[in-house]
Design a protein. Sequence first.
Length: 174
Amino acid sequence: MTTPLVLAASLLVAAAGAFAQEPFPSRPITMVVPFPPGGFVDLTARPLAAAIEKTVRQPVSISNRPGAVGAVGTAVAANAKPDGYTVLITASTISMVPETDKLFAPSATPDAAMRALRDAARRAVEDPDFKATMAKLSTPIYYLDAPEFQKFWDRDAKRLAEVIRAIGRVEEKK
């Protein structure tokens, strides 16, 4: 059984303060993959980048930044210039990675940039080529916008914590 990839969860923005006079996006976007090339997240990111390029009409490059179970790439995206041009893609099943509090866009993120990125992610999931690639990988995929994703993320983190406790790997604090 494969784990579904949740796009809104997977496409996480480290963005704020885009130039007001500049339509978004007006230059290439970098998608940070916090895992090595050839892995599950990377194999999803590459066709996703191609699908997003069709929507935003800008290049979307992949930057693999593996290390510390995803924390290195997560930190790179979280600390990127807050301009909306660096996004993070990750798998929903790693919700226990450190800095999960930094995965979502800051409240100062320009609405126009957030709308453009959300729309691009939603449209990418609907792209026939992307759907076909995910089907070949036996990976079900669906889009959740920010509020729905937050609920999913919270449920997933709770479920994983329960599984870890059940196998005796984490002792409860008393």
